[in-house]
Design a protein around this ligand. Structure first.
Ligand code: ATP
Ligand code: MG
Ligand code: MG
Ligand code: MG
Length: 566
């Protein structure tokens, strides 16, 4: 590719609404343009990198035995109604009606679609396992589209789904995908960590998120300084729950009765009760309990908004309001919610009667165990207790070493779904004895466009992007410092042809601009290697090869360039 032909309009000014580095740099360097809130067009440079990430994903998915398919983006509402998610998905789902007034959505994910597809084709255990994936645009009407490609409303996702005969087989599929994901993000050059995530069920490792470690990340993660333990500190806190489980081994674990008050909340939020709201109650000496309401983000955010407004009106909290209470997640209170600076609480009336108090927290230095009813709160009139979530003093639940904290960008997630969708959508197969069984499913997502942004968050400096080579739009740029000089151009062209021949992804900056301009652009766009062709080095039949990442430069005989940059 010749730079004179490349459509890569760079910007001098950083657009004022670009709130993270990756977004600023991608706009400045001509990788993409904003169309509207949460919508972006990829320009050639951005699209080249996207295609490289996709190629890595395809190679690793195919290697793992998964097969690529392509399903429609447009999905009929029927299947979502059947699974119970048409309402549950809430405002995040983009909905449309066709000319006959039939309802559809633009796929935010494809469990319903794939399950429907597979159930019509698979009848026997002999046809399992099956693992299918696609790479496609997904649509989510995010409450707060922001951070450029990291949280957009249309984004590219690799979504995959496995179908197995039983849990043991599904575990194998899960592990295979987990390993494939580790290879994918390693090959993309990311610094990442798989973390245990909230699976909507206490304990267990039913799901892992792959977190790219970066300050711009929206997720808080903890990891052990000594072993592999790592978890997402969001509501659910599997790591913490493990600790709680350990602490409370001897104690009774009671499922919260599905009281009418909780049902009322579910109805208010337009969410099916069994899918989105679940409380688990731990009793300690029959007096103090920890109750956690689990649900999707919508539930949590509404809970936060309860905390903010002290009301049950399902109106949205503004970012400022959220910031004021410093909450990242909250708890639903069907009977009224009280909130202190660092703490929100859930109480279900029927639980109250049985156990006195429920507690939960989402901020450091509040207690989650050892709540002392008389000391920490007054049982007569309050249902709020400072409870500890996790603090710097906490230790790894696996090996008791100190924990470390970081911010992460969720670039992928693997999930054991069990029979959730195969049951609701009746995806069954006949086993060896001719009996029907629900297929055991897993789902596996990668944010392709988010991965691109995450890489830039991790690799940049004040001059621009520093691409990991595997996903750079071009691996090498050749810069003749004066494109009007025939000798320089002809040497540059020779090197260019050689590299192309040797399958190096190379760009020749044949523009008539000053060398300084070309160097600046090369740094901004972030090509891993720059070959500078100048009179000085040409005298000794050499060119300079400079590594973007380290700034290190060496002179290299022209004949050896190709071997050197491989
Ligand atoms: P988040 O917690 O950030 O909202 P999610 O858990 O809702 O993400 P999944 O349903 O697990 O997302 O989707 C699979 C992957 O798709 C995510 O791991 C993430 O990399 C990517 N993704 C999800 N939402 C977006 C978005 N709005 N913009 C870009 N990528 C996204
Ligand atoms: Mg989301
Ligand atoms: Mg998530
Ligand atoms: Mg996720």
């Amino acid at each position: 590719m010749l730079a004179s032909k490349l459509y890569a309009p760079t910007l001098r000014e950083v657009p004022s609404d670009a709130d993270v580095v990756s977004q600023q740099l991608m706009l400045r360097a001509g990788f993409m343009r904003k169309v509207a809130n949460g919508l972006y067009s990829f320009l050639p440079l951005g699209w080249r990198s996207i295609k490289k990430i996709e190629a890595i994903i395809r190679e690793e998915m195919d290697r793992s035995g998964a097969q690529e398919v392509m399903m429609p983006i447009l999905q009929p509402a029927d299947i979502w109604k059947e699974s119970g998610r048409w309402n549950a998905y809430g405002a995040e789902m983009m909905r449309i009606n066709d000319r006959h007034d039939v309802e559809y959505c633009l796929g935010p994910t494809h469990e319903e679609m794939i399950t429907t597809l597979v159930k019509n084709e698979i009848n026997s255990y002999r046809q399992l396992p099956v693992n299918l994936y696609q790479i496609q645009s997904k649509f989510r009407d995010e409450r707060r589209p922001r951070y450029g490609l990291m949280r957009s409303r249309e984004f590219i996702m690799k979504d995959g789904y496995s179908f197995d005969i039983d849990d043991a087989a599904a575990d194998v599929s899960y592990k295979t995908m987990y390993d494939a994901y580790s290879r994918i993000f390693t090959r993309c050059g990311l610094t990442f960590r798989p973390v245990e995530a909230d699976s909507g069920a206490i304990g267990g490792s039913n799901t892992h998120e792959f977190m790219a470690i970066a300050e711009a990340g929206e997720a808080d993660i903890i990891h052990c300084s000594a072993c592999d333990y790592a978890a997402n500190i969001e509501i659910g806190k599997p790591g913490i729950m493990k600790q709680v489980e350990e602490d409370l081994k001897e104690l009774e674990v009671v499922d919260t009765p599905q009281a009418s008050t909780i049902e009322a909340v579910a109805e208010m939020l337009n969410l099916p009760l069994e899918k989105t709201i679940k409380a688990v109650v731990y009793a300690i000496e029959d007096k103090v309990i920890l109750a956690m309401v689990r649900g999707d983000h919508d539930v949590n955010e509404v809970a936060v908004q309860h905390a903010v407004n002290g009301s049950v009106e399902p109106e949205m909290a503004t970012p400022e309001q959220l910031e004021k209470v410093g909450l990242t997640a909250g708890f639903i209170s069907p009977v009224g919610l009280k909130q202190t600076d660092d703490f929100a609480i859930v109480v279900d009336e029927s639980v109250m009667e049985t156990y006195n108090v429920c507690g939960g927290a989402n901020k450091a230095d509040a207690h989650y165990i050892n709540i002392n009813p008389k000391r920490d709160f007054n049982t007569e009139d309050i249902i709020v207790a400072p409870i500890r979530l996790i603090t710097k003093d906490d230790v790894c639940p696996e090996c008791h070493s100190p924990l470390e904290y970081s911010k992460g960008i969720e670039v992928g997630q693997v999930f054991k779904l069990g029979t959730k969708y195969s049951e609701s959508l009746q995806a069954t197969y006949l086993d060896q004895n001719g009996r029907p069984n629900a297929m055991v499913m897993g789902c596996y997502g990668i944010g392709v466009s988010r991965t691109l942004a995450a890489a830039i968050e991790q690799y940049h400096d004040e001059n621009g992007i520093i691409w990991p080579r595997a996903i750079a739009p071009f691996e090498v740029v050749i810069v003749p410092i004066n494109a009007k000089d025939e000798a320089l151009m002809s040497t540059s062209t020779t090197i260019y042809d050689t590299l192309l021949n040797d399958k190096v992804d190379v760009l020749l900056d044949d523009r008539k601009d000053r060398a300084g301009v070309k160097f600046k652009d090369a740094d901004l766009i972030g090509y891993p290697l720059r070959i500078t062709v100048s009179k000085n080095t040409l005298e000794s039949n050499e060119v300079e090869i400079r590594i973007r990442k380290t700034g290190e430069a060496i002179n290299c005989p022209i004949g050896e360039v190709s071997g050197k940059v491989q």
